[in-house]
Write a protein that binds this ligand. Structure first.
Ligand SMILES: Nc1ncnc2c1ncn2[C@@H]1O[C@H](COP(=O)(O)OP(=O)(O)OP(=O)(O)O)[C@@H](O)[C@H]1O
Length: 273
């Protein structure tokens, strides 16, 4: 569907909606009055400079931090994400940047890590089959599910972490810098993976500093600046425009230059009178 501005409007149902979310840490305002929507089958990139509030927002949605104000609606209902287990049970999965994988354990063990005592408790063979199924759905290139994480590449580790987050069949998956520190081929692999997660109908919220990756995979780009919303953009936005929104260069350099021009013009006109 094409919206009034000629862009592709999200067609999936609204999975996540934040209205007026703020977060203070003592005197520090990490987030002020944030609005954010993520639809099913949509990749939303969350971008912003260091300290813009991206991690704080992800931690709120992961149930790690509690918002100081605002409403979070998930799957059509207002929710309180009081702890990480609540967020996970509701269907919000998070892959943090450190991936939280155990180097010495194999792929199967990592995918089921911490879930061994849950109703998902399965025998070794069933767990192996489930792990393969998840990885196959992602068309993941993992040589064997019985090799330790330590012997996998960065891209393959990210794949295992994403597969793990899909185990509980979430509606929304949040990825914190999924391509940071990856080479070109591995980055492409992870971006493909993100597209496949989207194609499964999940909402994806991805934090990234890499505008090339963002533009390659995101349906919408949400910019945060100094803890506030600073625009929603589409992948065809120019780099300059995005960087301006991220750094605030528009309001500084451009508007200052325009102001100077106007002052010079007024001076000239004044001189002619
Ligand atoms: N636990 C905390 N206690 C106090 N202040 C915090 C805490 N967590 C974050 N902040 C502050 O909130 C603001 C937003 O930080 P946040 O880490 O969310 O930004 P970010 O966009 O993720 O930055 P980066 O890209 O550097 O990770 C910063 O000013 C930071 O210092």
């Amino acid at each position: 569907m094409i919206d009034a501005s000629g862009q592709r409007a999200p067609t999936g149902e609204l999975v996540l909606s934040l209205q007026g979310v703020s977060k203070h840490f003592g005197a520090v305002s990490a987030l002020t009055d944030i609005n954010l929507d993520v639809h099913a089958g949509e990749v939303v990139a969350l971008v912003g400079d260091n300290g813009a509030g991206k991690s704080t927002l992800v931690k709120i949605l992961a149930g790690v931090h509690q918002p100081s104000a605002g409403t979070i609606t998930f799957a059509g209902k207002p929710v309180t994400l009081s702890d990480p287990a609540t967020a996970l049970d509701l269907g919000i999965a998070t892959v943090f940047q450190d991936l939280a994988l155990c180097e010495n354990l194999d792929v199967v063990a990592n995918i089921f890590l911490g879930r061994e005592l849950s109703p998902l408790k399965l025998d070794e063979t069933a767990m192996e089959v489930r792990a393969w199924t998840l990885l196959n759905e992602l068309a993941a290139r993992i040589p064997s599910v019985r090799i330790p994480i330590a012997s996998l590449s960065g891209g393959q580790r990210q794949t295992v972490a994403i597969a793990r987050s899909l185990l509980l069949e979430p509606k929304l998956i949040m990825l914190d810098e999924p391509t940071a520190a990856l080479g070109v081929a591995q980055t492409a692999e992870v971006l493909n993976l993100i597209e496949r997660v989207r194609d499964k109908g999940l909402g994806v919220l991805m934090i990234s500093h890499n505008m090339e990756d963002v533009r390659a995979v995101a349906d919408r780009i949400v910019v945060l600046r100094l803890g506030r919303n600073n625009g929603i953009f589409y992948p065809d936005t120019s780099n300059q425009e995005l960087v301006s929104a991220i750094t605030g260069a528009t309001e500084n350099a451009v508007s200052r230059r325009a102001g100077r021009r106007q002052a010079q013009q007024e001076q000239r006109e004044g001189g002619q009178l």
